[in-house]
Design a protein around this ligand. Structure first.
Ligand SMILES: [Zn+2]
Length: 235
């Protein structure tokens, strides 16, 4: 009897420890450009470098653990996934120095057809940032078309080709995707599962059973977001 009780208690302890260790769902934040002055009408997408610096400093001061998008899972302490969509060149000139300053990590979702085009990251910049261990490069598809309008064959090309191009530059596996414009369906999520282990959206949607890792929603950090609002977003 004693032995059985001891065994039961050991199981209880293990279960408690496991739930204790993984209490926090990561906060997932979405950015695009890091620029002092906006150069398109989508001004809300342009976060100032000084604001980004203050935000990462706040996370660091509060001991947030930085996870890459492909590492998303519950953690024992508060954690955050910083994501940057589209792969703009300022991710090298403005974001990367902030990450180096604080030793913070971020994920850039690349549109593989845009790599090396004016205003976008070059292969060399991607390689250097990837090798630093501070930036993970993942897929934002090949062309950034709305996946819900494509045939299944075209969707597969978007996934497979972008994965191949990015992996051939970084030499590291691409395991996560962010859906262009956040648009996806249950069918798309199922196809994404064949190529990736995590998929990100911007639209909170009820995931299909067992598909929560393919409908991870993100909170958008906009230009007018104060540090107080930023902090509230993390709560
Ligand atoms: Zn995008």
């Amino acid at each position: 009897m004693k032995r059985i009780l001891a065994a039961v208690c050991a199981v209880c302890l293990l279960l408690t420890a496991a739930s204790d260790q993984a209490r926090f769902a990561p906060q997932v934040l979405m950015y695009h450009l890091v620029e002092e002055e906006p150069f398109t009408d989508y001004t809300s997408l342009f976060v100032r470098p000084s604001d980004l610096d203050a935000q990462v400093a706040l996370l660091t001061r509060n001991n947030y653990r930085f996870l890459f998008a492909e590492e998303y899972e519950k953690t024992s302490t508060p954690s955050v996934v910083l994501t940057f969509d589209d792969g703009y060149e300022d991710n090298y000139t403005e974001l990367y120095p902030v990450l180096q300053k604080y030793g913070a990590k971020a994920t850039v979702f690349l549109i593989s057809d845009q790599i090396g085009k004016p205003g976008y990251l070059s292969r060399e910049q991607i390689r250097e940032m990837s090798a630093s261990g501070l930036v993970s490069f993942q897929s934002h598809t090949k062309t950034h078309r709305d996946l819900t309008t494509l045939t299944e064959a075209d969707v597969r090309t978007e996934f497979r080709y972008s994965k191949y191009v990015i992996e051939s530059i970084t030499g590291k596996p691409v395991k996560a995707i962010s859906y262009p414009e956040g648009q996806y369906t249950d069918t798309l999520a199922k196809i994404a599962k064949e190529y990736f282990t995590r998929a990100y959206s911007t639209l909170p949607r009820r995931p299909l059973r067992g598909m929560s890792m393919y409908s991870i929603s993100r909170k958008s950090v906009t230009r007018d977001c104060s540090l107080e609002q930023y902090w509230q977003m993390l709560q």
